[in-house]
Design a protein around this ligand. Structure first.
Ligand SMILES: *Cc1c(COP(=O)(O)O)cnc(C)c1O
Length: 399
């Protein structure tokens, strides 16, 4: 007898995957055609151009890597790191740690810059590290650290990194489509992202872009790229003009990504970033009115992931299980040193919606009340913040 594997109805408010709009799911249900069919290649072209638009770049080599965000990370490191290279990695959370590990596997001399969780790396700290390691070849940093909820400002970084003769690699997985990523203006050389965070497509592709400076480094490698699947010199033969087969493009995923990018175009990037900020600030107001404590100071708090301290005496798992079972809402627990201590709420893409946050606050308060922790309501504060923003937004739209 067939098992019942029906998919329940869920509100995905963990920091990925975020809710996927019906239009994207519908696009993925289209017939599969060949990856060299001119009709499909037209979609490929359009996806590449749309990705340039969200990345804020004119980079020729802009494409979705087959695989999740981590495949984008491997692509970024595998092609641009050689054994013995000095690679500086800013380690201010789980995803910085992951890049350090991946670079080590490639035989790099990794200089990990440890930043206490919840804090940012200053420009002074970066300059100090660069001065101490004059042979540095690459600097890697996470713009939006999903494990802590920290936004890492990167103004002035490119100038210093380029002056030191290094390439600048940026993880924009939890940023792209939710907060401004301006690859050309910010001087990023190698950039990767993922589809299931603020782009609101399913997991499975990793948007990626590199500039000529990085490609020049690639063309002068001493050692062959130590991966067959993620060899950019091969892959760009499909994504460039030659359209040569390397591996089969994940057709349906690309249909989905195209639709997600069309939705982003329709909304407009500036409006989209504003929506993320409006909904995040409303959520913060609501959580704080309930008496809950946010982990990251406002000055460098990410709008796309909110990290909340779990109140004393409350068990992480119990609350998250009840939210899922009783309300169909998924939020995430902490990772690494913050496991069991925090909750992480994604305000990403389709998830950045005031009614979703209202539902979450109501259900969270009900469950905490049941567990012997009566809290004030956060809904009025959330609403007030939202309305204040709405007034400003209508002026912004009119002006
Ligand atoms: C989610 C995430 C990744 C990894 O992406 P996967 O799709 O899970 O492979 C990398 N970096 C950051 C900052 C992320 O949030």
């Amino acid at each position: 007898m067939a098992q019942n594997l029906a998919i329940p109805s869920r509100l995905c408010l963990a920091p990925g995957p975020s809710p996927v709009p019906f239009r994207v799911r519908q696009a993925m249900a289209n017939p599969v055609i060949g990856h060299l069919d001119p009709a499909f290649l037209a979609i490929v072209d359009a996806v590449q151009q749309d990705l340039r638009d969200v990345f804020g770049t004119a980079n020729r080599v802009t494409l979705p890597v087959s695989g999740t965000g981590s495949a984008g990370m491997e692509m970024s490191l595998t092609n641009f790191v050689e054994p013995g290279d000095t690679v500086v990695v800013i380690r201010q959370g789980v995803f910085g740690q992951r890049m350090a590990e991946a670079a080590e596997k490639l035989g790099a001399q990794v200089v990990a810059v440890d930043i206490p969780w919840g804090q940012i790396c200053s420009l002074e700290e970066l300059s100090r590290v660069l001065a101490a390691h004059p042979q540095v070849r690459l600097v890697a940093v996470v713009m939006a650290e999903t494990s802590t909820g920290v936004y890492q400002p990167l103004d002035g970084w490119a100038e210093r990194i380029h002056a030191a003769g290094a390439l600048f690699l940026v993880d924009t997985v939890t940023a792209l489509g939710g907060i401004p990523v301006e690859v050309d203006r910010q001087g990023f050389d190698i950039v990767f992202s993922g589809t299931q965070k603020c782009l609101s497509a399913p997991p499975g592709l990793a948007p990626f872009t590199v500039n000529e400076r990085a490609l020049e480094r690639l063309s002068r490698r001493q050692h062959p790229v130590p991966s067959w699947y993620l060899d950019l010199l091969q892959i760009r033969e499909y994504w460039g003009n030659a359209r040569l087969y390397h591996h089969t493009a994940p057709i349906s995923m690309i249909y989905g990504l195209k639709e997600a990018l069309t939705i982003i175009q329709e909304e407009g990037l500036t409006a989209r970033y504003r929506r993320h900020r409006q909904v995040a600030e409303s959520l913060w107001a609501g959580l704080e009115a309930m008496g809950l404590e946010l982990m990251v100071p406002r000055t460098h708090r990410l709008t796309t992931v909110t990290t909340v301290k779990i109140p004393d005496g409350i068990e992480d798992r119990v609350v998250r299980q009840r939210l899922l079972n009783e309300a169909g809402i998924e939020i995430a627990g902490g990772l690494g040193q913050w496991a069991g201590k925090i909750w992480r709420i994604g305000v990403m893409g389709e998830g950045a919606d005031i009614s979703h946050m209202m539902r979450l606050l109501v259900e969270l308060r009900r469950i905490l009340h049941d567990l012997g922790m009566p809290l004030p309501s956060g809904v009025e504060a959330l609403e007030a913040q939202y309305v204040a923003w709405e007034r400003e937004s209508s002026e912004w739209r009119a002006g």
